[in-house]
Design a protein around this ligand. Sequence first.
Ligand code: ARG
Length: 480
Amino acid sequence: MSKKHSPSDPTTSSIWGGRFETGPASIMQEINASIDVDRRLATQDIAGSKAHCQMLVATGILSAADGKAVEAGLDAIAAEIAAGTFVFSRELEDIHMNIESRLAERIGEPAKRLHTARSRNDQVATDFRLWVRDALDTLDGQVKALQAVLIEQAERHAGSVMPGFTHLQTAQPVTLGHHLLAYVEMLGRDRGRAADCRARLNECPLGAAALAGTSFPIDRAMTARALGFDRPCANSMDAVSDRDFALEYLGTAAILAVHLSRLAEEIVIWCSEPFAFVRLSDAFSTGSSIMPQKRNPDAAELVRAKVGRVIGQLNTLLIVLKGLPMTYAKDMQEDKEAVFDAADTLTLSLAAMTGMIEGARFNAERMREAAGRGFATATDLADWLVRVLGLPFREAHHVTGRLVKLAETRGCGIEDLSLDDMRQEAPGATADVFAVLGVENSVKSRTSLGGTAPDAVRRAVAEARRRFLATAGATGGTKP
Ligand code: ARG
Protein backbone atom coordinates (compact mmCIF):
# COMPACT_ATOMS: atom_id res chain seq x y z
CA MET A 1 0.00 0.00 0.00
CA SER A 2 1.48 3.39 -0.99
CA LYS A 3 1.87 5.95 1.78
CA LYS A 4 -0.55 8.34 0.05
CA HIS A 5 -3.39 5.85 0.42
CA SER A 6 -2.62 4.56 3.84
CA PRO A 7 -5.68 4.71 6.14
CA SER A 8 -3.60 6.52 8.72
CA ASP A 9 -2.48 9.18 6.24
CA PRO A 10 -3.79 12.44 7.73
CA THR A 11 -4.04 14.28 4.39
CA THR A 12 -6.58 12.25 2.42
CA SER A 13 -9.08 9.46 2.86
CA SER A 14 -7.56 6.18 1.70
CA ILE A 15 -10.83 5.03 0.18
CA TRP A 16 -12.23 8.01 -1.67
CA GLY A 17 -9.41 10.57 -1.41
CA GLY A 18 -8.07 10.23 -4.97
CA ARG A 19 -9.18 13.66 -6.15
CA PHE A 20 -8.55 15.46 -2.86
CA GLU A 21 -5.51 17.57 -1.95
CA THR A 22 -6.07 17.71 1.80
CA GLY A 23 -7.98 15.63 4.28
CA PRO A 24 -11.21 16.54 6.06
CA ALA A 25 -11.33 19.00 8.95
CA SER A 26 -11.60 17.24 12.27
CA ILE A 27 -15.12 18.62 12.71
CA MET A 28 -16.00 17.27 9.26
CA GLN A 29 -14.74 13.89 10.34
CA GLU A 30 -16.76 14.10 13.50
CA ILE A 31 -20.04 14.89 11.78
CA ASN A 32 -19.36 12.39 9.00
CA ALA A 33 -18.20 9.36 10.93
CA SER A 34 -20.88 6.80 11.73
CA ILE A 35 -18.65 3.97 12.93
CA ASP A 36 -19.61 4.41 16.59
CA VAL A 37 -23.16 3.53 15.59
CA ASP A 38 -22.91 1.33 12.50
CA ARG A 39 -20.25 -1.01 13.89
CA ARG A 40 -23.28 -3.00 14.96
CA LEU A 41 -23.71 -3.89 11.28
CA ALA A 42 -20.40 -5.77 11.16
CA THR A 43 -21.90 -9.27 10.91
CA GLN A 44 -24.33 -8.19 8.22
CA ASP A 45 -21.63 -6.30 6.33
CA ILE A 46 -19.39 -9.36 6.20
CA ALA A 47 -22.28 -11.62 5.14
CA GLY A 48 -23.15 -9.13 2.37
CA SER A 49 -19.55 -8.93 1.20
CA LYS A 50 -19.16 -12.69 1.10
CA ALA A 51 -22.33 -13.08 -0.95
CA HIS A 52 -21.17 -10.33 -3.31
CA CYS A 53 -17.72 -11.92 -3.62
CA GLN A 54 -19.13 -15.39 -4.42
CA MET A 55 -21.35 -13.83 -7.07
CA LEU A 56 -18.41 -11.94 -8.60
CA VAL A 57 -16.52 -15.23 -8.88
CA ALA A 58 -19.51 -17.13 -10.29
CA THR A 59 -20.02 -14.50 -12.99
CA GLY A 60 -16.32 -14.40 -13.88
CA ILE A 61 -15.85 -10.80 -12.71
CA LEU A 62 -13.40 -11.87 -10.01
CA SER A 63 -10.90 -14.72 -10.23
CA ALA A 64 -11.46 -17.77 -8.07
CA ALA A 65 -8.12 -17.18 -6.34
CA ASP A 66 -9.02 -13.59 -5.45
CA GLY A 67 -12.43 -14.72 -4.29
CA LYS A 68 -10.87 -17.29 -1.98
CA ALA A 69 -8.49 -14.72 -0.52
CA VAL A 70 -11.33 -12.25 0.05
CA GLU A 71 -13.54 -14.82 1.79
CA ALA A 72 -10.73 -16.07 4.00
CA GLY A 73 -9.84 -12.46 4.87
CA LEU A 74 -13.45 -11.64 5.74
CA ASP A 75 -13.68 -14.73 7.95
CA ALA A 76 -10.52 -13.66 9.75
CA ILE A 77 -11.95 -10.18 10.27
CA ALA A 78 -15.19 -11.64 11.62
CA ALA A 79 -13.08 -13.57 14.13
CA GLU A 80 -11.18 -10.41 15.10
CA ILE A 81 -14.45 -8.57 15.68
CA ALA A 82 -15.86 -11.46 17.72
CA ALA A 83 -12.68 -11.58 19.79
CA GLY A 84 -12.78 -7.82 20.38
CA THR A 85 -9.35 -7.26 18.80
CA PHE A 86 -10.57 -5.38 15.71
CA VAL A 87 -9.59 -1.70 15.88
CA PHE A 88 -12.46 0.50 14.69
CA SER A 89 -11.26 3.81 13.30
CA ARG A 90 -13.26 7.01 13.00
CA GLU A 91 -11.01 8.20 10.17
CA LEU A 92 -12.42 5.32 8.17
CA GLU A 93 -15.91 6.73 8.68
CA ASP A 94 -18.12 3.69 8.73
CA ILE A 95 -18.26 -0.07 9.08
CA HIS A 96 -17.96 -0.65 5.34
CA MET A 97 -14.67 1.21 5.00
CA ASN A 98 -13.31 -0.09 8.28
CA ILE A 99 -13.76 -3.66 7.12
CA GLU A 100 -12.59 -3.05 3.55
CA SER A 101 -9.50 -1.26 4.78
CA ARG A 102 -8.65 -4.04 7.24
CA LEU A 103 -9.16 -6.56 4.45
CA ALA A 104 -6.60 -4.69 2.36
CA GLU A 105 -4.18 -4.77 5.27
CA ARG A 106 -4.63 -8.51 5.59
CA ILE A 107 -4.75 -9.72 1.98
CA GLY A 108 -3.55 -6.79 -0.15
CA GLU A 109 -4.58 -6.46 -3.79
CA PRO A 110 -7.65 -8.75 -3.99
CA ALA A 111 -9.35 -6.64 -1.30
CA LYS A 112 -9.40 -3.71 -3.69
CA ARG A 113 -11.36 -5.74 -6.24
CA LEU A 114 -14.22 -6.57 -3.86
CA HIS A 115 -15.97 -3.25 -4.39
CA THR A 116 -16.40 -3.94 -8.13
CA ALA A 117 -20.05 -3.52 -9.20
CA ARG A 118 -20.99 -2.32 -5.73
CA SER A 119 -21.36 0.97 -3.87
CA ARG A 120 -21.67 1.76 -0.21
CA ASN A 121 -25.19 2.83 -1.11
CA ASP A 122 -26.45 -0.64 -1.98
CA GLN A 123 -24.12 -2.12 0.63
CA VAL A 124 -25.54 -0.17 3.55
CA ALA A 125 -29.12 -0.66 2.37
CA THR A 126 -28.49 -4.41 2.31
CA ASP A 127 -26.72 -4.54 5.68
CA PHE A 128 -29.44 -2.53 7.34
CA ARG A 129 -32.23 -4.68 5.92
CA LEU A 130 -30.47 -7.76 7.24
CA TRP A 131 -30.14 -6.15 10.67
CA VAL A 132 -33.78 -5.07 10.82
CA ARG A 133 -34.85 -8.54 9.67
CA ASP A 134 -32.98 -10.08 12.61
CA ALA A 135 -34.48 -7.45 14.92
CA LEU A 136 -37.97 -8.41 13.74
CA ASP A 137 -37.24 -12.06 14.49
CA THR A 138 -35.95 -11.18 17.95
CA LEU A 139 -39.01 -9.05 18.57
CA ASP A 140 -41.32 -11.85 17.47
CA GLY A 141 -39.68 -14.30 19.87
CA GLN A 142 -39.81 -11.87 22.77
CA VAL A 143 -43.43 -10.92 22.20
CA LYS A 144 -44.31 -14.60 21.98
CA ALA A 145 -42.60 -15.19 25.34
CA LEU A 146 -44.66 -12.39 26.87
CA GLN A 147 -47.82 -13.88 25.39
CA ALA A 148 -46.88 -17.21 26.96
CA VAL A 149 -46.67 -15.81 30.51
CA LEU A 150 -49.87 -13.82 30.03
CA ILE A 151 -51.67 -16.96 28.87
CA GLU A 152 -50.32 -18.86 31.92
CA GLN A 153 -51.73 -16.23 34.27
CA ALA A 154 -54.97 -16.09 32.27
CA GLU A 155 -55.42 -19.82 32.75
CA ARG A 156 -54.70 -19.57 36.46
CA HIS A 157 -57.24 -16.74 36.77
CA ALA A 158 -59.88 -17.82 34.26
CA GLY A 159 -62.44 -17.67 37.08
CA SER A 160 -61.02 -14.81 39.19
CA VAL A 161 -63.59 -12.03 39.20
CA MET A 162 -62.45 -8.42 39.06
CA PRO A 163 -64.09 -5.12 38.16
CA GLY A 164 -64.04 -4.33 34.47
CA PHE A 165 -63.65 -0.63 33.82
CA THR A 166 -64.68 1.95 31.27
CA HIS A 167 -63.48 5.51 31.96
CA LEU A 168 -61.66 3.80 34.87
CA GLN A 169 -65.10 3.63 36.50
CA THR A 170 -66.42 0.25 37.60
CA ALA A 171 -68.49 -0.99 34.67
CA GLN A 172 -69.20 -4.73 34.78
CA PRO A 173 -67.49 -7.64 36.47
CA VAL A 174 -65.01 -9.54 34.29
CA THR A 175 -62.44 -12.21 34.97
CA LEU A 176 -58.75 -11.41 35.23
CA GLY A 177 -58.09 -14.16 32.69
CA HIS A 178 -60.28 -12.35 30.18
CA HIS A 179 -58.56 -9.05 30.90
CA LEU A 180 -55.09 -10.53 30.37
CA LEU A 181 -56.12 -12.28 27.15
CA ALA A 182 -57.02 -8.86 25.75
CA TYR A 183 -53.29 -8.07 25.86
CA VAL A 184 -52.50 -11.40 24.21
CA GLU A 185 -54.65 -10.26 21.27
CA MET A 186 -52.89 -6.87 21.07
CA LEU A 187 -49.51 -8.57 21.09
CA GLY A 188 -50.72 -10.98 18.42
CA ARG A 189 -51.43 -8.03 16.14
CA ASP A 190 -47.99 -6.64 16.93
CA ARG A 191 -46.48 -9.91 15.74
CA GLY A 192 -48.66 -9.74 12.64
CA ARG A 193 -47.33 -6.27 11.88
CA ALA A 194 -43.78 -7.52 12.36
CA ALA A 195 -44.48 -10.38 9.95
CA ASP A 196 -45.94 -7.99 7.36
CA CYS A 197 -42.94 -5.72 7.69
CA ARG A 198 -40.57 -8.66 7.33
CA ALA A 199 -42.31 -9.91 4.18
CA ARG A 200 -42.13 -6.50 2.50
CA LEU A 201 -38.56 -5.90 3.68
CA ASN A 202 -37.25 -9.15 2.25
CA GLU A 203 -35.94 -7.88 -1.11
CA CYS A 204 -32.25 -7.41 -1.76
CA PRO A 205 -30.79 -3.99 -2.73
CA LEU A 206 -27.37 -5.46 -3.56
CA GLY A 207 -26.40 -4.86 -7.17
CA ALA A 208 -28.22 -1.54 -7.42
CA ALA A 209 -24.68 -0.13 -7.01
CA ALA A 210 -24.60 3.66 -6.47
CA LEU A 211 -28.10 4.24 -7.88
CA ALA A 212 -28.27 3.26 -11.54
CA GLY A 213 -27.19 -0.38 -11.61
CA THR A 214 -23.92 -1.53 -13.13
CA SER A 215 -22.37 -2.41 -16.47
CA PHE A 216 -20.83 -5.58 -15.02
CA PRO A 217 -22.68 -8.85 -15.76
CA ILE A 218 -23.75 -9.43 -12.15
CA ASP A 219 -26.29 -11.98 -10.92
CA ARG A 220 -28.59 -10.23 -8.47
CA ALA A 221 -30.78 -13.26 -7.94
CA MET A 222 -27.75 -15.14 -6.66
CA THR A 223 -26.81 -12.59 -4.00
CA ALA A 224 -30.46 -12.20 -2.99
CA ARG A 225 -30.76 -15.96 -2.48
CA ALA A 226 -27.48 -16.24 -0.60
CA LEU A 227 -28.63 -13.66 1.92
CA GLY A 228 -32.06 -15.21 2.43
CA PHE A 229 -33.98 -12.54 0.52
CA ASP A 230 -37.00 -13.54 -1.55
CA ARG A 231 -35.86 -11.56 -4.60
CA PRO A 232 -33.76 -8.55 -5.63
CA CYS A 233 -35.33 -5.07 -5.36
CA ALA A 234 -36.86 -4.27 -8.74
CA ASN A 235 -35.62 -0.68 -9.15
CA SER A 236 -32.02 0.32 -8.44
CA MET A 237 -32.95 3.89 -7.46
CA ASP A 238 -35.60 2.72 -5.04
CA ALA A 239 -33.22 0.07 -3.71
CA VAL A 240 -30.64 2.59 -2.47
CA SER A 241 -33.06 5.26 -1.25
CA ASP A 242 -35.81 3.20 0.37
CA ARG A 243 -35.96 3.09 4.15
CA ASP A 244 -39.61 2.06 4.45
CA PHE A 245 -38.50 -1.13 6.19
CA ALA A 246 -36.94 0.96 8.97
CA LEU A 247 -40.04 3.13 9.24
CA GLU A 248 -42.28 0.07 9.34
CA TYR A 249 -40.09 -1.48 12.00
CA LEU A 250 -40.31 1.70 14.07
CA GLY A 251 -44.06 1.93 13.47
CA THR A 252 -44.49 -1.65 14.66
CA ALA A 253 -42.19 -0.93 17.59
CA ALA A 254 -44.09 2.23 18.53
CA ILE A 255 -47.49 0.49 18.55
CA LEU A 256 -46.04 -2.39 20.56
CA ALA A 257 -44.48 0.05 23.02
CA VAL A 258 -47.87 1.76 23.39
CA HIS A 259 -49.41 -1.62 24.25
CA LEU A 260 -46.68 -2.27 26.81
CA SER A 261 -47.25 1.16 28.33
CA ARG A 262 -50.95 0.41 28.79
CA LEU A 263 -50.23 -2.86 30.57
CA ALA A 264 -47.54 -1.10 32.60
CA GLU A 265 -50.03 1.55 33.66
CA GLU A 266 -52.50 -1.10 34.78
CA ILE A 267 -49.78 -2.77 36.83
CA VAL A 268 -48.94 0.54 38.49
CA ILE A 269 -52.62 1.07 39.34
CA TRP A 270 -53.16 -2.50 40.50
CA CYS A 271 -50.05 -2.34 42.71
CA SER A 272 -51.23 0.79 44.51
CA GLU A 273 -52.49 0.25 48.05
CA PRO A 274 -56.14 1.31 47.44
CA PHE A 275 -56.33 -1.35 44.70
CA ALA A 276 -53.85 -3.99 45.89
CA PHE A 277 -54.95 -6.36 43.12
CA VAL A 278 -51.42 -7.57 42.54
CA ARG A 279 -48.09 -7.94 44.22
CA LEU A 280 -45.01 -8.01 42.03
CA SER A 281 -42.19 -10.35 42.94
CA ASP A 282 -39.29 -8.94 44.96
CA ALA A 283 -37.20 -9.37 41.84
CA PHE A 284 -39.29 -6.75 40.05
CA SER A 285 -39.99 -4.33 42.91
CA THR A 286 -37.85 -1.65 44.48
CA GLY A 287 -37.86 -0.09 47.94
CA SER A 288 -37.81 3.51 49.04
CA SER A 289 -34.75 4.97 50.72
CA ILE A 290 -36.90 6.81 53.25
CA MET A 291 -40.25 4.98 53.53
CA PRO A 292 -39.62 1.41 54.64
CA GLN A 293 -43.15 0.21 53.82
CA LYS A 294 -42.86 1.00 50.12
CA ARG A 295 -42.76 -1.54 47.30
CA ASN A 296 -42.47 0.47 44.13
CA PRO A 297 -43.32 -0.88 40.67
CA ASP A 298 -40.36 0.94 39.07
CA ALA A 299 -40.03 -1.51 36.20
CA ALA A 300 -43.65 -0.90 35.19
CA GLU A 301 -43.17 2.85 35.45
CA LEU A 302 -40.07 2.68 33.28
CA VAL A 303 -41.78 0.54 30.65
CA ARG A 304 -44.59 3.10 30.70
CA ALA A 305 -42.05 5.90 30.18
CA LYS A 306 -39.86 4.26 27.57
CA VAL A 307 -42.63 4.34 25.00
CA GLY A 308 -41.69 8.01 24.62
CA ARG A 309 -38.29 7.08 23.29
CA VAL A 310 -39.63 4.59 20.80
CA ILE A 311 -42.26 6.98 19.44
CA GLY A 312 -39.56 9.65 19.38
CA GLN A 313 -37.32 7.50 17.19
CA LEU A 314 -40.17 6.86 14.73
CA ASN A 315 -40.70 10.61 14.60
CA THR A 316 -36.96 11.19 14.12
CA LEU A 317 -36.73 8.95 11.09
CA LEU A 318 -39.94 10.23 9.51
CA ILE A 319 -38.52 13.73 9.73
CA VAL A 320 -35.08 12.68 8.45
CA LEU A 321 -36.63 11.11 5.36
CA LYS A 322 -39.26 13.75 4.69
CA GLY A 323 -38.59 15.70 1.51
CA LEU A 324 -35.39 13.84 0.55
CA PRO A 325 -34.92 13.91 -3.21
CA MET A 326 -33.95 10.70 -4.96
CA THR A 327 -31.74 8.82 -4.35
CA TYR A 328 -29.26 8.28 -1.52
CA ALA A 329 -28.41 11.26 0.66
CA LYS A 330 -26.14 11.30 3.69
CA ASP A 331 -29.18 12.23 5.77
CA MET A 332 -29.99 8.53 5.64
CA GLN A 333 -26.99 7.74 7.79
CA GLU A 334 -29.10 8.96 10.71
CA ASP A 335 -31.47 6.01 10.21
CA LYS A 336 -29.50 3.48 12.22
CA GLU A 337 -29.24 5.20 15.57
CA ALA A 338 -33.02 5.62 15.63
CA VAL A 339 -33.65 1.96 14.90
CA PHE A 340 -30.95 0.62 17.21
CA ASP A 341 -32.17 2.70 20.12
CA ALA A 342 -35.79 1.69 19.59
CA ALA A 343 -34.78 -1.97 19.31
CA ASP A 344 -32.67 -1.86 22.49
CA THR A 345 -35.41 -0.06 24.36
CA LEU A 346 -38.02 -2.61 23.28
CA THR A 347 -35.84 -5.60 24.06
CA LEU A 348 -35.36 -4.36 27.60
CA SER A 349 -39.02 -3.36 28.06
CA LEU A 350 -40.28 -6.72 26.80
CA ALA A 351 -37.91 -8.64 29.07
CA ALA A 352 -38.95 -6.54 32.08
CA MET A 353 -42.65 -6.93 31.31
CA THR A 354 -42.32 -10.69 30.89
CA GLY A 355 -40.50 -10.94 34.22
CA MET A 356 -43.11 -8.84 35.98
CA ILE A 357 -46.08 -10.81 34.64
CA GLU A 358 -44.44 -14.17 35.25
CA GLY A 359 -43.82 -13.46 38.94
CA ALA A 360 -46.95 -11.40 39.65
CA ARG A 361 -49.20 -12.69 42.46
CA PHE A 362 -52.78 -11.57 41.99
CA ASN A 363 -55.06 -11.15 44.98
CA ALA A 364 -58.28 -12.83 43.82
CA GLU A 365 -60.07 -12.05 47.10
CA ARG A 366 -59.34 -8.35 46.85
CA MET A 367 -60.35 -8.16 43.18
CA ARG A 368 -63.62 -9.97 43.84
CA GLU A 369 -64.48 -7.61 46.65
CA ALA A 370 -63.78 -4.60 44.43
CA ALA A 371 -65.94 -6.12 41.68
CA GLY A 372 -68.89 -6.18 44.08
CA ARG A 373 -68.62 -2.45 44.70
CA GLY A 374 -69.85 0.29 42.35
CA PHE A 375 -73.14 -1.34 41.23
CA ALA A 376 -71.20 -3.46 38.75
CA THR A 377 -74.17 -5.76 38.15
CA ALA A 378 -76.66 -3.02 37.22
CA THR A 379 -76.54 -4.14 33.57
CA ASP A 380 -77.38 -7.69 34.68
CA LEU A 381 -80.48 -6.36 36.42
CA ALA A 382 -81.52 -4.42 33.31
CA ASP A 383 -80.91 -7.50 31.14
CA TRP A 384 -83.06 -9.61 33.52
CA LEU A 385 -85.93 -7.10 33.26
CA VAL A 386 -85.72 -7.40 29.46
CA ARG A 387 -85.34 -11.18 29.37
CA VAL A 388 -87.88 -12.17 32.04
CA LEU A 389 -90.36 -9.30 32.21
CA GLY A 390 -90.18 -8.37 28.54
CA LEU A 391 -89.36 -4.67 29.16
CA PRO A 392 -87.80 -2.73 26.28
CA PHE A 393 -84.09 -2.27 27.09
CA ARG A 394 -84.28 1.53 27.30
CA GLU A 395 -87.08 1.29 29.87
CA ALA A 396 -85.22 -1.42 31.81
CA HIS A 397 -82.21 0.93 31.84
CA HIS A 398 -84.33 3.67 33.48
CA VAL A 399 -85.92 1.32 36.01
CA THR A 400 -82.48 0.00 36.98
CA GLY A 401 -81.12 3.54 37.22
CA ARG A 402 -83.81 4.40 39.75
CA LEU A 403 -83.00 1.27 41.77
CA VAL A 404 -79.28 2.17 41.75
CA LYS A 405 -80.19 5.61 43.01
CA LEU A 406 -82.30 4.07 45.79
CA ALA A 407 -79.45 1.76 46.81
CA GLU A 408 -77.07 4.69 46.75
CA THR A 409 -79.24 6.74 49.12
CA ARG A 410 -79.48 3.73 51.44
CA GLY A 411 -75.73 3.17 51.22
CA CYS A 412 -76.11 -0.45 50.10
CA GLY A 413 -75.68 -2.58 46.97
CA ILE A 414 -78.59 -3.33 44.58
CA GLU A 415 -78.47 -6.94 45.72
CA ASP A 416 -79.25 -5.69 49.28
CA LEU A 417 -82.57 -4.10 48.23
CA SER A 418 -85.72 -5.99 49.19
CA LEU A 419 -88.09 -7.59 46.71
CA ASP A 420 -90.64 -4.91 47.67
CA ASP A 421 -88.12 -2.23 46.76
CA MET A 422 -87.64 -3.93 43.41
CA ARG A 423 -91.38 -4.20 42.83
CA GLN A 424 -91.88 -0.50 43.39
CA GLU A 425 -89.95 0.15 40.20
CA ALA A 426 -90.52 -3.15 38.39
CA PRO A 427 -93.94 -4.51 39.48
CA GLY A 428 -93.48 -8.00 37.97
CA ALA A 429 -90.13 -8.68 39.70
CA THR A 430 -89.72 -12.05 41.45
CA ALA A 431 -87.10 -13.34 43.89
CA ASP A 432 -85.30 -14.94 40.91
CA VAL A 433 -83.88 -11.53 40.11
CA PHE A 434 -81.37 -11.82 42.97
CA ALA A 435 -79.68 -14.72 41.26
CA VAL A 436 -78.26 -12.47 38.55
CA LEU A 437 -76.99 -9.83 40.93
CA GLY A 438 -73.93 -11.63 42.31
CA VAL A 439 -70.67 -10.92 40.49
CA GLU A 440 -70.01 -14.64 39.92
CA ASN A 441 -73.42 -15.08 38.32
CA SER A 442 -72.80 -12.02 36.24
CA VAL A 443 -69.54 -13.26 34.72
CA LYS A 444 -70.90 -16.80 34.33
CA SER A 445 -73.77 -15.50 32.24
CA ARG A 446 -71.50 -13.74 29.70
CA THR A 447 -71.10 -16.77 27.48
CA SER A 448 -71.31 -15.00 24.13
CA LEU A 449 -68.39 -15.46 21.74
CA GLY A 450 -65.40 -13.52 23.05
CA GLY A 451 -67.15 -12.93 26.40
CA THR A 452 -65.83 -13.14 29.96
CA ALA A 453 -67.56 -16.29 31.29
CA PRO A 454 -64.90 -18.50 32.97
CA ASP A 455 -65.63 -21.43 30.64
CA ALA A 456 -65.32 -19.16 27.62
CA VAL A 457 -62.02 -17.85 29.00
CA ARG A 458 -60.71 -21.40 29.46
CA ARG A 459 -61.59 -22.15 25.85
CA ALA A 460 -59.96 -18.87 24.79
CA VAL A 461 -56.79 -19.86 26.65
CA ALA A 462 -56.59 -23.09 24.68
CA GLU A 463 -57.28 -21.21 21.45
CA ALA A 464 -54.63 -18.61 22.25
CA ARG A 465 -52.06 -21.35 22.86
CA ARG A 466 -52.90 -22.85 19.48
CA ARG A 467 -52.91 -19.51 17.63
CA PHE A 468 -49.86 -17.90 19.19
CA LEU A 469 -47.63 -20.44 20.88
CA ALA A 470 -47.87 -23.64 18.83
CA THR A 471 -46.17 -22.33 15.69
CA ALA A 472 -42.43 -21.85 15.30
CA GLY A 473 -43.01 -18.10 15.22
CA ALA A 474 -44.94 -15.84 12.89
CA THR A 475 -41.85 -14.53 11.17
CA GLY A 476 -38.85 -16.78 11.77
CA GLY A 477 -37.11 -19.28 9.61
CA THR A 478 -35.32 -17.65 6.69
CA LYS A 479 -32.16 -16.31 8.31
CA PRO A 480 -29.14 -16.58 6.03
N1 ARG B 1 -22.23 5.31 6.34
C1 ARG B 1 -23.11 5.51 5.23
C2 ARG B 1 -24.56 5.38 5.72
O1 ARG B 1 -24.77 4.81 6.72
C3 ARG B 1 -22.84 4.51 4.17
C4 ARG B 1 -23.24 4.96 2.81
C5 ARG B 1 -22.35 6.04 2.35
N2 ARG B 1 -22.58 6.36 0.99
C6 ARG B 1 -22.08 7.48 0.45
N3 ARG B 1 -22.33 7.69 -0.79
N4 ARG B 1 -21.41 8.34 1.16
O2 ARG B 1 -25.48 5.87 5.09
